[in-house]
Design a binder for this molecule. Structure first.
Ligand code: HBI
Ligand code: FE
Length: 290
């Protein structure tokens, strides 16, 4: 499940998920060498802003009882839901809160570039918005997924620190050729993580929080399995990019994420590399199920 970077002879290489059979989304020719680019807010049309508004309103309406309190408490920081926010204004508010900034990128970027930005507390936000016919589902992260899904929790200090630690870990992983293990950790926490609360399980993963159907599905459906957070188990487990997850991993607190990722990962990578990969729907005897 690597990121397929196809070389082109100018600008930066476009990036796609997986083996690259899907065409890249976004204009990579405008990006700088670190893959950042300008948001070019003026190019959004009234239809874009209206689509963003409808996406926002639909998701915001279903947060109570499904999204974690920290997310619900921070989502208003995205500002006026009727228009796609200007990244520079939002970045100022975010920087004041947790010293994170938002930077525009043309779309998916190579893992090394991604880690390098996170390590500098810069969150890459895709500039383009999905098409109206993708209202219910888009595979690649678009501006709605990145802003609505990821940015609110960057206002939460504990999670903001985890995201930077993840980026720093990623730069080390690149040297150890363990990006795939780290990509799985990102996927099963930052994108599709659940957290246990006294009122029950709640979503904190951006891929869930920005999805019309998966938010309710991940928290309430009997179909998927929900497994207690286990770093090596997560790093062994493959994931699907184009359907609901078969397994979700559950943390007890954001502090647990920080504690679990504090030690050096090299020995863990060795352990994981020596163990078999697991299909997304595998169930192990040792799994702590919810
Ligand atoms: N690029 N723009 C963008 N957004 C992501 O979330 C992203 C990415 N590149 C790689 C990536 N995520 C994952 O493979 C991380 O686990 C590294
Ligand atoms: Fe994402």
């Amino acid at each position: 499940m690597g990121i397929d970077v196809r070389a082109i002879n100018r600008g930066v290489a476009p990036v796609t998920y997986g083996t690259g059979e899907r065409p890249p989304r976004g204009d990579y020719a405008q990006a700088h060498s670190d893959y950042t680019c300008d948001q070019r807010w003026e190019r959004y049309t009234a239809q874009d802003h209206d689509l963003y508004r409808r996406l926002f309103e639909r998701q915001a309406a279903q947060l109570p009882g499904l999204a974690c309190d920290e997310f619900i408490g921070a989502v208003h920081r995205l500002g006026d839901a009727r228009r796609i926010p200007r990244f520079d204004a939002l970045s100022e508010a975010l920087h004041e809160a947790t010293r994170w900034q938002i930077v525009a990128v043309p779309g998916l970027i190579p893992e090394e570039a991604f880690f390098a930005l996170l390590a500098r507390r810069k969150f890459p936000v895709t500039g383009w918005l999905r098409r109206p016919e993708e209202f219910d589902y888009v595979i690649e992260p678009d501006v709605f997924h990145d802003l609505f899904g990821h940015v609110p929790l960057l206002f939460e200090p504990m999670f903001a620190d985890y995201m930077q630690a993840y980026g720093e870990g990623g730069l080390k992983a690149s040297r150890l050729q363990s990006c795939e293990f780290l990509a799985r950790l990102y996927w099963y926490t930052v994108e599709f993580g659940l957290i246990a609360t006294p009122s029950g399980l709640r979503a904190y993963g951006a891929g869930i929080l920005s999805s019309a159907g998966e938010l309710r599905h991940s928290v309430t459906s009997p179909a998927p399995q929900r497994i207690g957070f286990d770093l090596a188990r997560i790093m062994r487990t493959r994931y699907r990019i184009d359907s609901y997850q078969a397994s979700y991993f559950v943390i007890d607190s954001f502090a647990q994420l920080i504690e679990a990722t504090a030690p050096d990962f090299a020995p863990l990578y060795e352990e994981v590399a020596g163990a078999s990969e697991l299909a997304p729907d595998t169930r192990l005897e040792t799994d702590r199920l919810y």
